[in-house]
Design a protein around this ligand. Structure first.
Ligand SMILES: [Zn+2]
Length: 110
């Protein structure tokens, strides 16, 4: 019997990261999780910018915490690129410390 694969979890509520999610970096937060609340607030703020198409903005502290929990090494001044794949579905991408697209999902080609 092989050991189970341990997924990186939210550092605040220990909620699992959803691997293979089409929107990339997605965690299943406890409703009271401060990082989850912050992520929800940022998603609402991003929705206000939806008409502008793809948007690049400074990453939030929560995004940086979650990226690092997912094993992605990012600079403190990393930026988030937000794209809307449908009316309500936001996909975010980042660059790692080498300037390469950050691989936040093991389902992505490395
Ligand atoms: Zn959480």
């Amino acid at each position: 019997m092989s050991a189970p694969t341990l997924l990186p979890a939210c550092p605040t509520c220990n909620g699992p990261r959803l691997l293979g999610h089409p929107l990339g970096l997605v965690f299943w937060h406890d409703p009271a999780c401060a990082l989850g609340v912050s992520e929800d607030a940022r998603q609402a703020a991003d929705a206000e910018l939806r008409g502008a198409g793809a948007v690049r903005r400074p990453s939030t502290l929560s995004e940086k915490h979650l990226l690092r929990a997912a094993g992605v090494n990012v600079f403190d001044d990393v930026e988030t690129e937000v794209q809307w794949v449908s009316n309500g579905a936001r996909r975010r991408t980042w660059r790692d410390c080498h300037g390469d697209p950050a691989v936040v999902d093991a389902a992505d080609p490395a």
